[in-house]
Design a protein around this ligand. Sequence first.
Ligand code: HEC
Length: 144
Amino acid sequence: MRHWGIAVAIGLAAMAGAAFAQGDVIAERRAGLKRMGGHMEAMKPVADSRGDPKPLEARIDDMIAFYRTLPARFPAGSGTGDTKALPAIWQDFPRFEQANTALLGQLATLKTAAASGNAAGFAEAYAQTGPQFCGGCHRPFRAR
Ligand code: HEC
């Protein structure tokens, strides 16, 4: 009897551990995405005023580093809990990855403009980024 009790206790602990790990993945990706939103907000006044985009390069680098890890932050099973991730992600994961790759391409364009201090090019690329590339993934894959 005692052995059963211990086995059950270990089993429950393992299940709780798995649930905790899943919750962690969700909390961590949401925190990262929030940080990405902060980067976009910080860039807006520079784009709007056609200011010098050069100081924004570090933010774009942080975005590129984060979005390179984005697909791995959506393991199977992480669509339930405190998340707005839609089941469509796991029904068509290649399309989800494609939307992310498209954003990475746009971020490269943004980085080139920032690095060369091309204010007009930066403003133009910035204006496309939110609606086309962030929105291009949010519309099919994120609940409102
Ligand atoms: C490849 C898909 C994809 C791309 C590209 C993408 N997102 Fe998201 N984003 C998501 C998903 C899915 C969620 C919901 C995550 C969750 O709730 O677990 C989300 C959530 C968010 C959130 C809410 C975070 C929170 O829970 O507080 C912000 C802010 C955000 N994204 C910003 C951005 C910005 C800014 C861009 C573009 C620079 C972007 N995202 C590009 C898929 C994407």
